[in-house]
Design a binder for this molecule. Structure first.
Ligand SMILES: Cc1cc2nc3c(=O)[nH]c(=O)nc-3n(C[C@H](O)[C@H](O)[C@H](O)COP(=O)(O)OP(=O)(O)OC[C@H]3O[C@@H](n4cnc5c(N)ncnc54)[C@H](O)[C@@H]3O)c2cc1C
Length: 419
């Protein structure tokens, strides 16, 4: 058989599982319809921001929270991964990104969001770290009129609670000659030195006397380091990025870097492939049926890992009061009473119940039925599709994806090494 392992999904959990499996000697294929939450998330790797989830104070140490969580919530994905794999999984992520992410050992940091709140996170993109709270200087938030995804006056209004923050919005119409610009377009422009020179000339007078400037996270797609260094040295300021609305440029940067790493490891990645069904024989998945540009294709492997995400990526589907997993029809933890899926108070401190729904697994990530019995001997599940975590409320999304993706494939690696 050509592949030891097929991973369904090209999100963070699928990529982390692929990294570990390929480094462990497995031949890996990733099949995915799209790019997953990479395209919309902030780029910050949240590990655990709040625990218990209705606590209004953020956790200074995510690991203290994880310790509490893993003794009280034995179905939570962090309990299943275990503290050793949580640490090893983060380190494995940092193998690739050690020059691109900053962190303080064992501590969350607070960084500004585009609406001017502060968000706790653990691994912070290097382009955002200079904006971490407490602010090291007075801040000027610089918006761009033609980019409607970031309002510097709104962000500054809210951030004023935490320090001396003011805003300015500049028009770049005379450089781009268009009224509106999208994040990807402007990030492409910042990759070009010629555009940057014009931008520097335009803003240099407006930021005189300022030492620290916050801008939306659009300062270059592929050459963001070069772009930020150029702006900083010409303008004699420090610049930090603030995550904005999707599409996410920091998410794109992460995807691109990770993908290059996996390509070099020999992982085969096929995008635009929608897996429709898994065929079962004698308690094992034998093959996948997939759609590729209206054509059906069959894929075979020894092992299969499902990392198709939640509702937003179509890993879970909700219809007529039930929730289903469309490829293998795995049993899902959800509430039969639809009234209880959402709380009437949008900001309910415990979050909405729908955000806990997902696939039920045992302590080695094998999906189980309502009695807790393993369903298939060669299928596992990892990432946000797992049940019993509310990552929106806990602020644990990318942390769960990274650590469960990493942990889920370990016994297959060990098994293959033995035989
Ligand atoms: C708007 C938003 C903002 C967020 N911001 C943050 C943040 O700032 N920090 C943080 O830590 N976390 C954040 N999160 C959470 C976190 O990013 C996600 O939980 C995590 O990235 C999910 O990764 P995943 O691999 O489990 O799933 P996904 O990224 O959802 O990936 C699922 C993959 O499966 C593929 N797929 C689905 N169905 C099929 C099929 N039938 N056949 C083939 N492929 C299929 C999809 O195309 C996709 O590639 C955010 C989440 C959202 C929704």
């Amino acid at each position: 058989m050509k592949y030891d392992l097929i991973i369904i999904g090209a999100g963070l959990s699928g990529f982390m599982a692929a990294k570990r499996a390929a480094e462990g000697g497995l031949n890996v294929l990733i099949l995915s319809k799209g790019l997953g939450v990479h395209q919309i998330f902030s780029g910050c790797i949240d590990l655990l921001g709040y625990y218990p989830e209705d606590n209004s104070r953020f956790l200074e140490s995510p690991f203290e929270g994880i310790q509490g969580l893993t003794t009280s919530k034995t179905s939570h994905p962090y309990f299943l991964a275990g503290i050793d794999d949580i640490i090893d999984g983060l380190n494995s992520f940092l193998d690739i990104f050690e020059n691109e992410y900053c962190y303080i050992e064992g501590k969350n940091q607070l960084i500004p969001t585009s609406i001017g709140t502060l968000k706790p996170s653990y691994l912070i993109p290097i382009t955002m770290i200079d904006g971490a709270f407490p602010f090291k200087d007075d801040i000027l938030l610089l918006g761009i009129k033609e980019l409607q995804y970031f309002s510097s006056p709104l962000a500054a209004l809210n951030l004023k609670r935490y320090g001396n923050v003011r805003s300015n919005e500049i028009s770049i119409y005379e450089i781009i000659n268009q009224k509106n610009i999208y994040p990807v377009q402007i990030a492409n422009l910042f990759d070009k030195a010629e555009f940057r020179e014009k931008f520097i000339t335009l803003i240099s007078k407006k930021i005189k006397g300022v030492k620290l400037v916050g801008m939306p996270a659009i300062l270059g797609r592929d050459k963001f380091r070069e772009a930020i260094n150029h702006l900083e040295s010409e303008l004699d300021v420090e610049i930090f990025e603030i995550p904005t609305l999707p599409p996410s440029i920091p998410g794109y940067r992460l995807y691109k870097r990770f993908r290059r790493y996996l390509d070099n490891l020999g992982v085969e990645i096929r995008l635009g492939v929608e897996v429709i069904k898994g065929e079962v024989r004698k308690g094992k998945i034998v093959q996948l049926l997939a759609n590729l540009r209206e054509k059906e294709e069959i894929f075979r492997a020894k092992y299969f890992l499902l990392t198709t995400g939640r509702f937003i990526s179509n890993g879970l589907k909700a219809k007529k009061g039930t929730v289903s997993e469309p490829i293998f029809n795995l049993p899902i933890y959800f509430l039969k009473d639809k009234e209880k899926w959402f709380n009437y108070d949008f900001f309910y401190p415990k979050g909405h119940m729908i955000n806990n729904f997902g696939v039920m697994v045992d302590n080695r990530f094998f999906p189980v039925d309502e009695k807790g019995d393993r369903m298939y001997e060669n299928l596992k599940v990892a990432g946000s599709i797992l049940a019993y975590h509310n990552s929106f409320r806990e602020k644990s999304g990318a942390g769960i994806a990274i650590t469960t993706g990493y942990s889920s494939v370990s016994d297959w690696i060990k098994y293959e090494r033995q035989y």
